[in-house]
Design a protein around this ligand. Structure first.
Ligand SMILES: NC(=O)c1ccc[n+]([C@@H]2O[C@H](COP(=O)([O-])OP(=O)(O)OC[C@H]3O[C@@H](n4cnc5c(N)ncnc54)[C@H](O)[C@@H]3O)[C@@H](O)[C@H]2O)c1
Length: 253
């Protein structure tokens, strides 16, 4: 898909990967760009790019869907929706039920709230593109982050299902699955030791990830892997699941 002259929406656009996507997409001269975030700093980001901004919690079904409907009313169309907002937390069995629910609501349900508005809209217009920012943790798990890894697997299943079900209606879907990216999310982990296994394949900048995402969208690739090693790891996992579990167990902090 060529982004030029298209109507674009990005969630989680106040920071990190969402902000980098907005900066990169602006260079393609879209028809409109609408930025969504729970943080009101998205208004400053949007002002700096001549974009529209909406402060909303994407896990709130009514509020989020009414923002999406008002963007469609204003611009007549959403051509590319980057469903990027997400949260991360470490923890294992001590993760409380309310934290599980929060991870589920933001990392999974937000995409579903959006799809319920966008799929019928894109079916009507005969085309559209949805990119979900998932994570390599949705393909390869993440030791010590049980709620994040589990909800990102669910998001991956959702991306696959949307593509399977609506691809024949002209709707393209991509899953953006980076490993570590240098954003506030990762900075909140504190300083990781240089030999930490999570750093093995490098900490990419959000700008590099955005560039890879745009390349993947241009090529209409379902799976976008900014860290190329991930493709090899998925193959290893599929080839011998038990050996893969054994190897990942060694990475447990
Ligand atoms: N940073 C990484 O290493 C990494 C790796 C793989 C995947 N991801 C995924 O990339 C996406 C973006 O993460 P990031 O690293 O840029 O993090 P970030 O924390 O820098 O940015 C996330 C943005 O989402 C917004 N947000 C969070 N909850 C929201 C909600 N309920 N409603 C609306 N906005 C909300 C935040 O305010 C923030 O602006 C997430 O889905 C994350 O899981 C990140």
């Amino acid at each position: 898909m060529n982004i030029h002259n298209k109507n674009i929406v990005i969630t989680g656009a106040a920071n990190g990967i969402g902000y980098a996507l907005a900066k990169r997409i602006i260079q393609e001269s879209p028809k409109s760009i609408s930025l969504i975030d729970i943080s009101s700093s998205v208004n400053d980001v949007a002002r700096s790019m001549n974009a529209d901004s909406y402060v909303v919690d994407v896990s709130n079904e009514n509020d989020f869907q009414s923002v999406l409907n008002s963007i469609i009313d204003k611009n007549n169309s959403i051509d590319l929706f980057c469903s990027n907002a997400g949260i991360q937390q470490f923890g294992t069995l001590e993760t409380s039920t309310s934290d599980w629910q929060k991870n589920w609501d933001v990392n999974v349900m937000s995409h579903i709230h959006a799809a319920k508005v966008l799929i019928p809209h894109m079916q009507k217009q005969g085309s559209g593109y949805i990119m979900l920012t998932v994570s390599a943790a949705g393909l390869l798990n993440m030791p010590g982050a049980i709620a994040y890894a589990t909800t990102k697997h669910a998001a991956m299943g959702l991306a696959e299902n949307l593509s399977i079900m609506y691809g024949d209606d002209g709707i393209k879907v991509s899953a953006l699955c980076p490993q570590l990216v240098d954003t506030d999310m990762v900075r909140s982990f504190g300083k990781l030791p240089e030999n930490h296994p999570l750093l093995k394949d490098g900490l990419l900048s959000a700008d590099v990830v955005a560039e890879e995402a745009i390349h993947g969208i241009n090529e209409e690739k379902f799976l976008i892997l900014p860290h190329k090693e991930v493709a090899k790891y998925i193959q290893g996992k599929a080839f011998d699941y038990d050996a893969w579990i054994e190897a990942v167990r060694k990475l447990v902090p």
